[in-house]
Design a protein around this ligand. Structure first.
Ligand SMILES: [Zn+2]
Length: 352
């Protein structure tokens, strides 16, 4: 008994001595920042990684070094991103809505390329593509000048529209480099064009075009299986932007939400806009409100697309333009979000 108890006591002493030795070895080598982080209780979001993002995001290599990052189900706040790697450079195309989702994106890019972003592009200002910007620090961020202004003026306020989402520890990080029409980047050996083709989804849309591989990152100008959203855009000028994209002759298009596809996305979007124009014209003739018109409309095949309640916003955009509003002129956002909730019969659907 005594021998056993003595042995246990000796083992405990040895363990304590070993732990002290390890601490002494660790402490001088650790940078001060790590010690502070280790001492802080870890927020719940830190425990989430790629495996716990549900449904699990998918990485698709579209050409050597050129990747799409696809987040199912592609609904509100669940966006696509992308990355392009060559040599020491990693261009990140958009971030995600939450800290956990953006960290999972960076983890996926790291796993495929071994790199942290050296440059970030925001395709437009919406939070699902930009809230995670701060996580990419210290990489510079490029956007259209309008997108930077909207990021600064709107801030993180739109988070309140989806109160169930755990956004994590995020601060506003606005782009530091802006363009108005076009820019050419060289990511290692890969040539990348940033193009503003006009007002479609927003007044600050940029597409990311890789002329050699003919891959196009469209941002939210295109959705695959989701309803176009013109809350900050223009029905009057959307088709012209689609024409410009078609003229580039892309082989693969990475939409802002949904799976990568070909130019059929341009056709489907054009069909929806054509139908939307008819609905808007009828609403104008009958003097209907956007909500009345949306309730009366028959979306046919478009009813299967995600977030179909956006129709009420898209009608409001079309009606405003028929009455002379300029593309992307601000609408009554509070009213339109209330109308979407009414049309849907419940709060906005999101898996973020
Ligand atoms: Zn958007």
């Amino acid at each position: 008994m005594r021998d056993g108890a003595g042995k246990r006591a000796r083992t405990r002493r040895h363990r304590r001595a070993r732990d002290r030795r390890n601490r002494n070895l660790d402490q001088p080598a650790r940078p001060a920042r790590d010690i502070r982080l280790a001492a802080r209780p870890a927020p719940a979001v830190r425990r989430r990684n790629l495996m716990t993002i549900s449904p699990t995001p998918r990485v698709a290599e579209l050409a050597p070094g050129i990747f799409a990052y696809v987040q199912p189900d592609g609904s509100v706040m669940v966006n696509n991103a992308g990355f392009v790697a060559s040599g020491p450079d990693l261009l990140l195309i958009d971030t995600c809505a939450t800290e956990a989702r953006t960290k999972a994106l960076l983890g996926a890019a790291q796993a495929k390329t071994g790199l942290h972003p050296t440059l970030v592009v925001n395709t437009h200002h919406h939070g699902d593509h930009t809230f995670g910007n701060c996580v990419t620090n210290p990489a510079p961020i490029i956007s259209h000048e309008y997108a930077r202004r909207r990021i600064l003026s709107t801030g993180l306020e739109p988070m309140s529209l989806t109160p169930t989402v755990q956004f994590g520890d995020l601060v506003l990080a606005a782009p530091t480099i802006t363009i108005e029409t076009r820019a050419r980047l060289y990511v290692g050996a890969i040539e990348v064009h940033l193009l503003h083709l006009g007002v479609a989804h927003t007044a600050g849309d940029l597409v990311v075009w890789l002329p050699k591989s003919r891959v196009l990152y469209a941002g939210d100008i295109l959705f695959n299986g989701g309803t176009p959203f013109l809350i900050d855009g223009s029905l009057a000028t959307y088709d012209r932007v689609l024409d410009e994209i078609r003229d580039l002759d892309p082989r693969v298009i990475v939409p802002g939400h949904g799976d990568p596809a070909g130019t059929e996305l341009l056709d489907e979007t054009r069909d929806y806009l054509r139908w939307l124009r008819r609905v808007v014209a009828e609403a104008h003739e009958r003097g209907q409100s956007p909500l009345e018109a949306a309730r009366a409309a028959d979306p046919g095949p478009f009813s299967a697309w995600l977030d179909s309640e956006r129709l009420v916003v898209n009608i409001a955009r079309g009606l405003a333009e028929l009455k002379g509003a300029a593309p992307a002129e601000p609408l009554d956002y509070a009213q339109l979000f209330a109308d979407m909730t009414t049309l849907r019969g419940g709060p906005i659907h999101t898996l973020a």
